[in-house]
Design a protein around this ligand. Structure first.
Ligand code: AHG
Ligand code: MN
Ligand code: MN
Length: 336
C-alpha cells in the first residue's frame, strides 16, 4: 500500500526554518573551511549598529535630534545631527573589531586607520551611515549602506587601499529604516533579505536569493533635474512617457533601490547641472548597490554605458552618474 500522502501543514502554519542573520552568516562561513570567523564578526557588528540606528531614527523628534550641526561635511552639504550620530554609532561598534584595518565614511574626509601593515586587519569597511537623511523630518524611509573590501597590508596609503573597483567587493548591503527595518546583503552568492523582529532583537531571514524581474515599467529619477540631463536621458524620458511607464522617486537611494530590487524597474542619477559627474558616490553608494543589483540579476552602468563595478576609483568621495536596475530596463535607457 502506497505511503499516505504527507499531511499538509494546517493553513497559516509556516514550516520554513527560522533563520537569523547571525545563523545565516555562520551557515555561509561554513562554505569556507579555512574561514576564521572574522568576516562574520564584521557583519554582526554592522547588524548591531543597524539596530541602534533604527531605534534612534524612529524617535528623532522625541529625542530631539533633527536639524543640523551647522557643520558642512566633506560633501559640501550640511551635516545633520543624525548623520553624525549614525556615523559615531558605526565607528564605535566597528572600531572594536580587530579584523578591520580601515574604515571609510561618507561623513569623514579621510579614512580612519585602525590597523595597518602587519598589525592585522584583513578587511576594510566603507559606509554611508545615513542615506537620504534629508527625509528624516518627514519620516520617510532612510538607510545605511555598507561595503566590505579586502585589506592589502602592502599598500601604504589608506585611500589607495580602499580605492578598489566594485568587482573586488567581498560583501555589500544596506539597512532600510522604512515601514519595517530590512537588512539586505550579498557576499557574492545571491541577495538575501532579513527583517528586524524588534521583539527578539534579531534580523530574521525573509527572502533567500532575491531575483529582480528583467522588465518592469517603473523609472526612478529626479525629473526636476531633467533640463541638465544629457540628451540621451531626455530622449529616454520622452520614450518612457509614451510607453506608459510609472515614475516613482523617494529621494532616499536605499528606499528607491529596495523598491527596484523587490519590484523591478530602473533607477537613474544622470549628470545634472549641479552635479555634472552625478551626485552619488562610487565607493559607498554606487558600488554596493551595483553588487546587489547584479547579484539579483540586474545590471548597473554609468552614463556612458561602462559597467559601474569595473570603474577604478581615484578618490574616496568620487561621484559617478548611475543607471541601475532590471536588465531590460537599463538596456532601454542606454538604447534611447
Ligand atoms: P545622503 O543623504 O547620504 O547624502 O544621500 C542622498 C542621496 C541619495 O540618497 C538620493 O538618491 C539622492 O541623494 C537624492 O538626490 P536629489 O535630492 O538630488 O534627487
Ligand atoms: Mn547617501
Ligand atoms: Mn549619507
Amino acid at each position: 500500500m502506497a505511503d499516505p500522502a504527507p499531511k499538509q501543514a494546517p493553513r497559516g502554519v509556516v514550516t520554513d526554518n527560522l533563520v537569523s542573520l547571525q545563523s545565516f552568516i555562520l551557515e555561509e562561513e561554513a562554505r569556507y573551511p579555512r574561514a576564521t570567523g572574522e568576516f562574520s564578526w564584521i557583519v554582526s557588528a554592522i547588524s548591531l549598529a543597524a539596530k541602534i540606528i533604527a531605534h534612534k531614527v524612529r524617535h528623532v523628534r522625541l529625542q530631539n535630534v533633527l536639524g543640523d550641526d551647522g557643520v558642512t561635511n566633506v560633501q559640501g552639504e550640511e551635516q545633520l545631527h543624525m548623520d553624525a550620530i549614525a556615523n559615531e554609532v558605526i565607528m564605535r561598534v566597528l572600531g572594536g573589531r580587530s579584523s578591520i584595518a580601515v574604515l571609510g565614511s561618507e561623513e569623514d574626509e579621510e579614512p580612519t586607520i585602525l590597523r595597518r601593515g602587519h598589525e592585522g586587519g584583513r578587511y576594510c569597511v566603507l559606509f554611508d551611515p545615513l542615506d537620504g537623511s534629508s527625509n528624516l523630518d518627514t519620516a520617510v524611509g532612510v538607510g545605511t549602506i555598507f561595503t566590505i573590501l579586502r585589506n592589502d597590508p602592502h599598500i601604504p596609503g589608506a585611500v589607495e587601499t580602499v580605492c578598489q573597483p566594485g568587482h573586488q567587493q567581498v560583501a555589500a548591503g544596506y539597512v532600510l529604516y522604512g515601514s519595517s527595518t530590512v537588512f539586505v546583503i550579498t557576499t557574492g552568492h545571491g541577495v538575501h533579505m532579513f527583517e528586524l523582529d524588534a521583539a527578539v532583537g534579531s534580523f530574521m531571514l525573509v527572502k533567500r536569493d532575491l531575483q529582480m524581474p528583467a522588465r518592469k515599467k517603473i523609472y526612478s529619477v529626479n525629473e526636476a533635474n531633467a533640463d541638465g540631463f544629457p540628451e540621451q536621458f531626455r530622449r529616454y524620458l520622452k520614450w518612457a512617457h509614451a510607453e506608459g511607464y510609472t515614475s516613482r522617486y523617494i529621494g532616499s537611494m536605499v528606499a528607491d533601490i529596495h523598491r527596484t530590487l523587490v519590484n523591478g524597474g530602473v533607477f537613474l542619477y544622470p549628470p545634472t547641472k549641479k552635479h555634472p559627474d552625478g551626485k552619488l558616490r562610487l565607493l559607498y553608494e554606487a558600488n554596493p548597490m551595483s553588487f546587489l543589483v547584479e547579484q539579483a540579476g540586474g545590471t548597473s552602468v554609468t552614463a556612458d554605458g561602462r559597467r559601474t563595478m569595473d570603474l577604478q576609483p581615484g578618490k574616496l568621495h568620487e561621484r559617478v552618474p548611475l543607471v541601475l536596475g532590471s536588465r531590460d530596463e537599463v538596456d532601454a535607457v542606454m538604447r534611447a
